[in-house]
Design a protein around this ligand. Structure first.
Ligand code: SAH
Length: 213
């Protein structure tokens, strides 16, 4: 990951020290399929089976940075996939923080659990549930991150945020989405558009209909 981190620093797109540290610490090769190990440090998404992908490192970096995670935070992720983004979040919240990550595909939840366990990560819980509904049991969260394309602004998830919480979600069509950063300020909401991205679709109750595949 040194090469990519150096490039991000040169381009001044990475500024957060804690995010740099997290990227240097988590071995991405532990989160890709064995046939893609050689590509683990290249800047593109890779297939992880079941029609899903591990996101491109630059996307994970930009989202991790925009989420402004602090030590001790409780974070909810929707779309575990490989578990790589969750591993980065685990470093950012530190020992006193916790990450809940939700994955709708049972086999991928298992894949992520194994990957996280192999890396000795203990402050992440992988839940095999429809994360489009959030996870009410342990709300409210300091931060919520969606790593699958949402057809609309996930208002019901905003409700699961703390009063000063931040939610990050790619919102749009199946082919392109705007990365929205929603910051809660008591009863007020501020929405910023961080640019366009392409994610695999969110499924489940608040996702795209399954028949659209
Ligand atoms: N963050 C992942 C990449 C996400 S790919 C990583 O670091 O590797 C998006 C994932 O969201 C896919 O694995 C997909 O199965 C999952 N997903 C889609 N809809 C979901 C839902 N409603 N609840 C939970 N997971 C969902």
């Amino acid at each position: 990951m040194e090469g990519l981190v150096k490039y991000w620093k040169e381009k001044k797109i990475i500024t957060s020290k804690s995010v740099i540290k997290a990227f240097m610490k988590v071995p991405r090769e532990e989160f890709v399929l064995s046939e893609y190990k050689r590509d683990a440090y290249s800047d593109y998404p890779l297939p992880i089976g079941y029609g899903q992908t591990i996101s491109q490192p630059t996307t994970v970096m930009l989202m991790s940075q925009a989420l402004e995670v602090k030590q001790g935070n409780k974070v909810l992720e929707v779309g575990t996939g490989s578990g790589y983004q969750a591993a980065i979040l685990s470093c950012l919240v530190g020992k006193k923080g916790f990450v809940y990550t939700t994955e709708i595909i049972k086999e991928l939840a298992g894949f992520a659990r194994n990957n996280l366990e192999r890396c000795g990560i203990k402050n992440v819980k992988v839940l095999n549930i429809d994360g489009s509904k959030g996870y009410k049991r342990d709300m409210p969260y300091d931060r919520i991150i969606l790593t699958a394309a949402s057809p609309k602004i996930p208002k019901h998830l905003v409700k699961q945020l703390k009063r000063e919480g931040i939610l990050l979600a790619p919102v749009g069509s199946l082919y392109e989405q705007d990365m929205l950063k929603i910051t809660k300020n008591g009863d007020r909401l501020e929405t910023k558009n961080l640019g366009s991205f392409v994610f695999v679709r969110l499924r489940g109750l608040h996702g795209f209909e399954d028949k659209l595949t």
